[in-house]
Design a protein around this ligand. Structure first.
Ligand code: AHM
Ligand code: MG
Length: 335
């Protein structure tokens, strides 16, 4: 039987992330392009990180480096490579005043002068879930963009803003394909890296999280050390026909919840009584994305985005995902 011809690519619908950002910029008269320029640095850095992850075994950069980061966690070689890549790509962007990373103790002041414009702050987890790398599991980069309040005396003070102040947030998932999910506060857009042309292409505009799905995602091995309310929720979910999915990389787990619905959680545990995930560059950007997609994001009974941060590396518990699924957890927390 003769093979069917491949359908032609609809070139009118091909939109790279650069074109998308420039089109968005056009909607804001007076925009100077600096914000776009910062997001394009993240695009460049993450393409490079994707390539390094893919070649990690061949280049012999898997495994631990033998050092610990500021939080006493073992650093993988690729944690350091990803961090340096982001710092170097972002460092040259004129509109950026401060960068802060999971891998660095202190926020880094890049410049104070930015031509009279209110400059930006970029916070990121360069390679979330990096211990998955050794087994070829998915990992990701998470980022949050704030604006600098010039009244702040120090970089520490400048970054201490609640998640509601984020002007953009996103993640890049390095899985079987490389996916960027981005919000600038007007819905959520999804891009996939086409490795043959080296461009992130828009694949879905205005992503909406399913309202409900009977799936939870958490490290169930810690159940005995969760507060009782979470244990009661789990018992209820077991009786109610729920399924579970957990990869150990927040980016992959939240991405699944965003696409298929359900709830992702990292509750307080005996070992991490405030939760394990970092508020400013893990929970907040993910919470903004989930809310922008129509879902909910809580830390205990408090909306994550409203937490007033005290420190760059502060931790929080998280419950995020489909609105109805988050509500089921909150109902159990309220008792
Ligand atoms: P990391 O930033 O050091 O990689 O740690 C964060 C990761 C998340 O991606 C993931 O949700 C969580 O840690 C998994 O922790 P656990 O192994 O305790 O379930
Ligand atoms: Mg992380």
């Amino acid at each position: 039987m003769p093979s069917q011809p491949t359908p032609p690519v609809d070139s009118a619908r091909l939109m790279s992330i650069q074109s998308y950002l420039l089109a968005e910029e056009d909607k804001h008269p007076g925009a100077t392009g600096r914000f776009t320029w910062i997001l394009s640095a993240i695009g460049l850095a993450t393409k490079f990180i994707a390539a390094r992850c893919r070649r990690a075994r061949i280049e012999n950069v898997l495994g631990a480096l033998g050092t610990e980061n500021v939080q006493g966690e073992t650093q993988q070689k690729l944690d350091v490579i990803a961090n340096e890549t982001l710092l170097s790509c972002l460092g040259s962007r004129a509109g950026l005043a401060i960068v802060a990373s999971e891998e660095n103790e202190e926020p880094l002041l890049l410049r104070t002068e930015t031509d009279g414009e209110r400059p930006y702050i970029a916070l990121f987890d360069p390679l979330d879930g990096s211990s998955n790398l050794d087994t070829c599991g998915s990992v990701g980069t998470i980022f949050s963009i704030l604006q600098h309040d010039r009244r702040a005396d120090s970089p520490h003070e400048a970054i201490r803003q609640p998640g509601t102040q984020q002007v953009a947030a996103g993640y890049v998932l390095y899985g079987p394909s490389t996916v960027m999910v981005l919000t600038t506060g007007h819905g959520v857009q999804m891009f996939v890296l086409d490795p043959t042309i080296g461009s992130f292409l828009l694949v879905e505009e205005n992503v909406r999280i399913p309202e409900t799905a009977k799936t939870y995602s958490l490290n169930e091995a810690y159940t005995a050390t969760f507060p009782e309310e979470y244990q009661r929720y789990l018992a209820w979910a077991h009786e109610s026909g729920y399924s579970s999915r957990y990869s150990g990389a927040m980016v992959a787990d939240v991405h699944r919840v965003l696409v298929k619905g359900g709830v992702f959680m990292y509750p307080p545990t005996q070992k991490a009584p405030n939760g394990k995930l970092r508020l400013m560059y893990e929970a907040n950007p993910m919470a903004m994305l989930v809310e922008q997609a129509g879902g909910k994001a809580y830390s205990g009974l408090q909306r994550t985005l409203e937490i007033e941060p005290e420190a760059l590396h502060q931790r929080t518990s998280v419950i995020m995902g489909s609105a109805a699924e988050v509500d089921h957890v909150l109902d159990h927390l309220r008792g």
